[in-house]
Design a protein around this ligand. Structure first.
Ligand SMILES: NC(=O)C1=CN([C@@H]2O[C@H](COP(=O)(O)OP(=O)(O)OC[C@H]3O[C@@H](n4cnc5c(N)ncnc54)[C@H](OP(=O)(O)O)[C@@H]3O)[C@@H](O)[C@H]2O)C=CC1
Ligand SMILES: O=C(O)[C@@H]1CCC=N1
Length: 264
């Protein structure tokens, strides 16, 4: 996820020499350094990598799996300046859990990004902890705006937002996969079916990205009265697809709450 954010920031003009990334594996560090022209330090090569990167940083973006985030916060705590803003992208890890792992008074911002950030088309929520000044929040919002649309939300809405925009790219890719499989079932060559499904979902995404785009109006424009699309949509509705999507989103939000409790 953090490489996607990094891609968005660099494409928008962040100076690569202002960025230091850390990972565990040496080959992954090499890959990031070559691909993005940044400094990347692997824990396998330098166990102090995270401290080295965090020391003197204005903003630290923590991007490990939820289960490892508070350990990482504790690890870098000794080198953080009091003004360093610690940003987390982890699902299900609360601001309180992060603050408890950091020095008292450390500014913490919890975000929920998504992978289209790589193209500058992400959705990134921002929820600030109580130690964050309006100027610090503004700085992080401006920084992340390079990777997409930033929305400021209260922390108690993060799990719901994550179930829509955090996981959402997977839902769109899942749709493309299902369409490709349906094309094969209708007799299309598998390669062709994947290609046209991918381009169709991508093309529809581009249309949705136009200013003022309305998904309902766009759908209606494709749906000729008594035509073919109308039959497809009717079958989707009869199959309960909208309710199934709501069930999926509910399950994602419930899983986030469950992880928060487990990490308690
Ligand atoms: N994937 C997504 O779409 C989204 C993910 N998130 C959140 O992003 C976070 C990361 O998820 P994701 O990107 O999918 O996970 P990945 O496993 O793809 O990436 C995690 C990265 O962290 C590195 N890493 C792990 N432990 C350490 C450590 N101790 N020190 C330094 N680097 C370390 C790994 O290095 P190495 O590669 O060497 O193992 C890896 O590059 C999670 O908390 C998730 O909830 C949030 C929104 C969307
Ligand atoms: O699946 C996950 O847990 C993460 C959070 C949102 C998207 N990916």
């Amino acid at each position: 996820m953090n490489e996607a954010i990094l891609g968005g920031l660099l494409a928008a003009g962040t100076d690569p020499s202002d960025v230091v990334a850390t990972v565990r594996r040496a080959e992954r560090a090499d890959e990031l350094a070559h691909r993005h022209g940044i400094m990347a330090i692997a824990g396998a090569e330098d166990p102090d990598n995270n401290k080295l990167a965090a020391k003197g940083a204005g903003v630290v973006i923590l991007g490990v799996k939820p289960v490892g985030i508070t350990d990482l916060a504790r690890e870098i705590s000794p080198v953080l300046a009091p003004s360093t803003i610690v940003v987390s992208v982890a699902a299900a890890v609360s601001i309180a859990q992060l603050e408890a792992a950091l020095p008292p008074g450390q500014p913490v911002i919890r975000t929920m990004p998504n992978t289209p950030a790589r193209l500058g088309r992400g959705v990134i929520s921002v929820s600030a902890g109580s130690n964050v000044t309006p100027e610090q929040q503004q700085l992080v919002t401006e920084l992340l705006s390079a990777a997409g649309t930033v929305v400021e939300i209260p922390e108690d809405q993060v799990d719901a937002l994550s179930a829509i925009s955090g996981s959402g790219p997977a839902y769109a890719f899942y749709l493309a996969e299902a369409m490709a499989a349906a094309g094969v079932e209708l007799g299309l060559d598998p390669e062709l079916s994947v290609r046209i499904s991918r381009e169709t979902v991508a093309g529809a995404g581009y249309m949705l990205a136009e200013p003022g785009a309305d998904p309902t109006a766009l759908r209606v424009a494709v749906t000729s009265p008594n035509g073919t699309t109308e039959r497809a949509i009717a079958a989707f509705n009869e199959g309960g697809i909208p309710a199934i999507i709501a069930d999926g989103a509910r399950a994602a939000a419930a899983r986030a709450a469950e992880i928060t409790k487990q990490l308690g």
